[in-house]
Design a binder for this molecule. Sequence first.
Ligand SMILES: [Mg+2]
Length: 214
Amino acid sequence: MEFEVLFFDLDETLYPAGNGVWEAIAERINLYIHQHLNLNWEEIPALRNQYYSKYGTTLRGLEVVHQIDTQEYLRFVHDIPISNYLQPNPQLREMLLSFFQPKYIFTNADHNHARRVLKALDIEDCFEGVLDVNSVSPYCKPQPEAYEIVLKQLDLTPSTQTVLIDDKVTNLQTASRFGFFTVLVGHNSSGPVEGVNAQISNILDLSRVLNDKN
Ligand SMILES: [Mg+2]
């Protein structure tokens, strides 16, 4: 099997979880909810969990239930000092450039955040494009409609050999139903996971997985 197009999730896929980026964004999300919905801090985690499981992201829940201003929300929550957390990653850059396939970012964050992250890692020019949460509105991963929109936008057919690399099992499970080869990053599961074809602990292990299969 020869893979033709590679899709990469962004956050906690291209850099390891726990480095502070997501924690900083999560704090901004909490602050946004606290200010805009006038909720007590203690009530916020339950609300976010509820929206996350029902709508895929906190954002989609806030849009549906509270009709918030999406672009204002995206600007607000991603307003973090990114260079405090991310530095250029020459090894990652070298690996990405070694893949001959077109590469795209497919993220539930927005385009501006994706650009800042890619720039901080010095891999912005390694990708053909960014499919962000605005590109698949009003859907997001792991909703199947988001994948349909992305495949249609890039003019890909079901027979195209596509790969999704992501740190969220649910995102990969939908991709698997669309025929993607799926790679789970950052998990050390002891056994097989439904809908997941390969598991790696770090993104830099991706070349091993893809070269084995290609
Ligand atoms: Mg992620």
